[in-house]
Design a protein around this ligand. Sequence first.
Ligand code: ADP
Ligand code: MG
Length: 611
Amino acid sequence: MLTDIIKLLPDSVANQIAAGEVIQRPASAVKELLENALDAGATQIDLIVKESGKTLIQVIDNGCGMSETDARMSFERHATSKINKADDLFAIRTMGFRGEALASIAAIAQVELKTKRSSDEIGTKINVEGSVVTDQQMTAMNEGTQIVVKNLFFNVPARRNFLKSNAAEMRHIVEEFHRVCLMHPDVGFTLTSNEKEVFHLFPGNLKQRIVALFGNNYNERLLPVAQEADTVAINGFIGKANFAKKTRGEQYFFVNNRFIKHPYLHHAVENAFQELLPKDSFPSYFLNINIDPAEIDINIHPTKTEVNFQDTKLIYAILHAAVKKSIGQHNLAPMIDFDVNTEMNIDFGEISKMNRPINPPSIDVNPGFNPFHQGELNRKSGMHQDQSSAGNWRLLYGERTSGQGTDIENKSQQEKEPKSEMRSGNNRFLQLRQSYVVTAIRSGLLVIDQHLAHWRILYEQNLQQLEREQSGSQQELFPQQLQFNSTDAALLRELIKPLKVLGYNIEEMGQTSFVVNGTPVGLVEKDIHGLIEKILEHYKKNATDLQLDKKLNLARTISSHTALKYGQLLSETEMGGLVDRLFACQVPEVAPDGHKVFATLPFNDLQNLLK
Ligand code: ADP
Ligand code: MG
């Protein structure tokens, strides 16, 4: 006779299997226990491990504690105080909500839980071993919860054998500890391993927490990031480009204080650093994305480090802009291409000694065209929709250099003394050696390198055009025929499309010959063949030396060869336009290769010079 063959797994086995999903290693238990303590509102949490958590994990918190019944219930699968209907899933702000952690841990370890609420006289102690409650008693203790997890995987030898060396498991634990501590700087934490205290973190702000975790030298390495938009706020710190590491180091994204991994958003940060990062190095960041929980879907992975956003592109854009802004406002010391001495000591003697090639002024210009006329290129190319800082740069810059005073103070001063910085007739700008534009700002003198400034402006413009695939306008040419060697011809063929976006209308005529029908409006260079040759040469070099991607490379190369040269005489209006457009850039401080675009001579230094 045939019998039915399907049986229900015994609970203990089912629990063990399920436990494997939540608890892979000691660090996963650590994470769950720390998060529970935080969810309980603890302000002090102590973590104690022995043998990297293999023999003991203990977490002591001063949170809300549990009643006797809840203490018992907490070990049941899907027992959670944090959710009761599926809808709540989307409104979750606590760490845990699946009600699986304690049940899972209790299935594969020997657990002792002691807990007491402040309203209770006496606490509860419960022992569970392999999902079986072995003891329950009353116990005297302070408010909060203390949980001891012994001999993880004692009943799952396969898992236990699968654990890595103590050093490796400890690294995982420390990593989880970092993640939790970083997002809760207001909570005190300690970590004790094999009776030695490894971390003792006092409550403070995020910066203090980062420094406490990663070392004192982080004090000067961090740049604040703060950006608010409708549904999203991004806050935290990024590491300055020149401290970027050769290994992927401290890279932390949090969403509503929960650690997540997100390669796409990671790209937003890395991309914002662009050419400021030395080759093969990685920026550090500690960024929290605060977002309406309705905008995210967190319930997609048991360890919950993956998140889907409703509008990831938007978050990408906001994050990218936030990081860029931070770099632009604070980072004046990028690292790449320091092949020449770029130190601009703010001293006119020094400046005049700087050995830059000074090209003779070009006489072959279109007198009717003013490349710096405010809006000329902008309007045509759709550039600089965000003109917030254009024209406002004095205010912006005054803020940055003085380092004191609030926006409001600056603004009102600004309004009180309009254009009072320079009182030499109508001239507010001075051109020095046909290379530097000098003007007064509230804190002193501002000296701008005209070539580098224009390079930065054109670079951002080109890049934006390439990214939006939005062509700038062209001027028609009497078609010019160009001839290249076969390598260059192959490269040019590859670049025809993006070049077209940038206003270079080039057609292929044969294996190695091309015809140029149009160039961007405003291009002063008349030797198109020479220009394209230089661009291709530079492009090849950048592709190998800097490993730049196509868009970055093209934007950078073209802008470098079409930017205003040294030796070009500028009118007052042109200088004004240049300066305004520079400060409307996202990163006005540095040229695409990392050279400083401008420097200031603070008024105090000037006074000292004249003493
Ligand atoms: P979850 O955190 O997903 O709700 P857990 O299995 O981690 O599930 O915990 C189950 C329940 O036990 C929690 O919802 C909470 O009510 C209670 N709990 C667990 N740890 C603590 C703690 N340290 N302090 C107070 N309550 C706790
Ligand atoms: Mg939990």
